[in-house]
Design a binder for this molecule. Structure first.
Ligand code: GTP
Ligand code: MG
Length: 488
């Protein structure tokens, strides 16, 4: 028996049992996933056009695709497929041939080379017929009581379709086994692969059953957080303000974080610091920014220090020696970074505690966590060692959560219910060697003209976490020794 079903509101049902999709509706619909090219920064590029990707994503509720395997790059073999795709959760195998049909199979269970038949009611085969303006998307569910795939050590085997058959660019088609379909509709009877890709399907509309963190989004909370920040005082009497250093790769959102926090306290969106994307760092000077509160225009007890972006090349971006001097309080506001001629390493004692950095915040773009170059990670690790030696507090700010996850883009309140954000927080914690509790996801103001309550709550919560980290650092500072050193 042949069954076709689809899940999009833009689908049109036809008497012959298929659905067509109005592509323009799809492009307008707000719930579609984001293009995967925004997320996949590696050299390996997806073969899917944006429209094809949107159509595939429409088979899921709020999903995005992340490319794991590409046969033309990794090899037409079962072993390279398993190397890239084992234990990745839900995946979709996408095959291409010369018939203008894009087809394949989705499974919600892991490939893991168990040698077992795997039962998976959510599994399906699909084909996307791209020959006419209205793409036709077909789905074929797994036959009742049949497994969805055989999890052997060889090529992806959906019973009736075996991709990379015999470690080649061929597909074995045997309708009736696990799935039943009309071969002309699924692969156009063309069993030679021009490409085969496997994507992890992320999100899938399922929320964490219990939010990772509890956030109070109520209307009064915003003012409560603002008051807590305004009234914060360092426990060390010789220190007037918390000095917080923002460090991170080019374009990660360091300057935007200052602008965003400043906007919340100004009562409207401001852009004092230059932001944007220019390949190399937009920020070229060390800037120490005070934040003014709305009514009184009094400065808040926190200074955000903005730096040039980190780059993987050794002679590009902010230098570790420059950062070390900043940590010790030896660098003035508006110091011009010059990667070709960084400052000399100085053996001088640190400046007064008041002028030193009390918390280092590593700012990382959530879309790029997976693709942080090794050289950038090495620079961050070297900096972390210096910061740890000085005992200074450290946190990670995970920016652009709105770009990273469509669920969060739709509703920021879902941030701690998103599987994708949780996974990204774990990844960045592991890559930077910090604990999960040190990772704070935020959305900066980037294109908005008016403040938004939920964005403010997240930004203010991040500032509160930073101040708590500063408090912990001060708890560890010997106040008497500090004040004694000032008297010398
Ligand atoms: N959607 C979205 N865009 C953001 C966010 N944060 C920053 N951006 C955008 O990302 C781009 C880079 O942001 P910047 O604040 O200039 O980044 P930076 O880390 O200061 O970059 P450099 O100074 O060049 O090292 C800008 O176009 C911002 O508008 C965010 O949370 N969400
Ligand atoms: Mg900047």
């Amino acid at each position: 028996m042949k069954t076709h079903f689809v899940v999009s509101p833009c689908a049109v049902y036809h008497n012959d049992g298929h659905f067509t999709f109005n592509l323009q509706h799809h492009l307008d619909a707000s719930f579609f996933c984001l293009p995967c090219s925004r997320d996949i920064m590696s050299a390996v590029k997806s073969n899917l056009s944006k429209e094809q990707e949107r159509m595939l994503c429409s088979m899921f509720d709020q999903a995005k695709l992340s490319l794991l395997f590409k046969a033309s790059v990794h090899g037409y073999s079962g072993s390279s497929f398993h190397q890239k795709c084992d234990n990745q959760g839900p995946t979709i195998t996408v095959a291409y041939n010369n018939s203008a049909l894009v087809y394949g199979g989705y499974v919600s269970k892991d490939f893991a080379q168990t040698g077992q038949d795997v039962y998976d009611e959510k599994a399906f085969l699909f084909s996307l017929d791209c020959r006419s303006e209205d793409f036709i998307l077909r789905q074929v569910p797994v036959t009742n009581g049949q497994p969805a795939f055989n999890d052997g050590a060889y090529s992806p085997n959906f019973g009736s379709l075996i991709f990379l058959y015999n470690n080649s660019n061929n597909v074995l088609s045997n309708p009736g086994n696990y799935f039943n379909f009309d071969p002309a509709e699924i692969h156009g009877n063309d069993l030679v692969l021009t490409e085969c890709e496997v994507y992890r399907v992320e999100g899938c509309g399922e929320y964490l059953t219990k939010p990772l963190r509890n956030i109070d989004w109520s209307p009064g909370k915003r003012n409560e957080l603002m008051e807590a920040i305004k009234s914060w005082k360092p426990v060390i009497t010789s220190v007037s303000k918390a000095r917080v250093l923002l460090v991170g790769p080019v374009g990660s959102g360091k300057s935007s974080f200052f602008n965003s926090v400043s906007s919340v306290f100004r009562g409207h969106v401001t852009s004092q610091a230059n932001t944007g994307s220019a390949g190399t760092s937009v920020t070229t000077q060390f800037r120490t920014y005070s934040i003014l509160s709305d009514s009184s225009r009094n400065p808040l007890p926190i200074i955000l220090c903005d730096t040039m972006g980190l780059e993987s090349d050794s002679n590009a971006g902010v230098d570790i020696v420059d950062l070390t001097r900043i940590l010790k309080g030896h660098v003035q506001d508006r110091y011009q970074f010059n990667p070709a001629v960084p400052m000399e390493e100085d053996g001088c004692k640190s400046a007064r505690l008041n002028d030193r950095i009390h918390c280092v915040v590593y700012v990382v773009d959530s879309c790029k966590v997976k693709f942080l170059p090794d050289k950038t990670l090495e620079k961050l690790a070297a900096l972390r060692r210096k910061v740890s030696r000085l005992g200074v507090a450290q946190l990670v700010l995970l920016t652009k959560v709105d770009e990273a996850c469509p669920i969060v883009e739709d509703d920021l309140k879902k941030i701690y219910q998103s599987h994708y954000i949780e996974r990204t927080m774990k990844q960045v914690a592991a890559r930077l060697g910090v604990s999960m509790s040190a990772v704070i996801p935020v959305k900066n103001y980037s294109r908005e003209l008016e403040l938004e309550h939920d964005t403010d709550i997240l930004l203010l919560s991040a500032v509160i976490q930073i101040l708590r980290a500063v408090d912990s650092y001060f708890d560890d500072v010997d106040q008497d020794a500090e004040e004694g050193s000032l008297r010398v």
